[in-house]
Design a protein around this ligand. Structure first.
Ligand code: UDP
Length: 139
C-alpha cells in the first residue's frame, strides 16, 4: 500500500469540480485517507514548491497557488503515486491523454487543476507538509 499527496489547485476549486476530481479517484479504487481545504500563504506555497525555486515559473506558480483555497488530500492505494499521475495527465494539458483531469479541465500549463507527488520521497515530504499522523486514516 502506498500514499501520495493530491491537491485540487485554486482553479479546480473555483471551477467547482472538487467532486468530479474525487469521483475519478474513488472510481479507480483509490481511498482518501485525509482531506482538508486550506488557503496557502505565499511563504507556505514557496516552502511546498521549494524544489522549483530556481525555475522561471516559481513566482507565478506560488502566486497562483495562493490565489484561492485548495483541497489537499492523502490518497492511499496500490501504486497510487503512478496511478494518480495517470489520472491527472501530463503537466501540460495539451500533451495530456484524452480523459485525464488535466486534458478535460486545465486551461494553462500553470493552471492545471491538480497536483500529485511524483515519487515516494516527495510524497513523504509533501504529506508531512500538510498532515500529521493523527490526521491520516489508514483504510
Ligand atoms: N508549471 C508551470 N510552468 C511550467 C512547468 C510547470 O507553471 O513550465 C507549474 C504547473 O502548475 C505544474 C507545477 O508548476 O503543475 C509543478 O511543475 P512539475 O514539473 O513538478 O509538474 P507536475 O508534477 O505538477 O506535473
Amino acid at each position: 500500500m502506498e500514499r501520495t499527496l493530491s491537491i485540487i489547485k485554486p482553479d479546480g476549486v473555483a471551477k467547482n469540480i472538487i467532486g468530479e476530481v474525487i469521483k475519478r479517484f474513488e472510481s479507480a479504487g483509490i481511498k482518501i485517507a485525509a482531506m482538508k481545504m486550506i488557503h496557502l500563504t505565499k511563504s507556505q506555497a514557496q516552502g511546498f514548491y521549494a524544489v522549483h525555486k530556481e525555475r522561471p515559473f516559481f513566482d507565478s506558480l506560488t502566486d497562483f497557488m495562493t490565489s484561492g483555497p485548495i483541497v489537499v488530500m492523502v490518497l492511499e492505494g496500490e501504486n497510487v503515486i503512478a496511478e494518480n499521475r495517470k489520472i491527472m495527465g501530463a503537466t501540460n494539458f495539451k500533451e495530456a491523454e484524452e480523459g485525464t483531469i488535466r486534458r478535460e479541465y486545465a486551461t494553462d500549463i500553470e493552471k492545471n487543476v491538480v497536483h500529485g507527488s511524483d515519487a515516494p520521497e516527495t510524497a513523504a515530504f509533501e504529506i508531512s507538509y500538510f498532515f500529521n499522523h493523527l490526521e491520516i486514516q489508514s483504510r
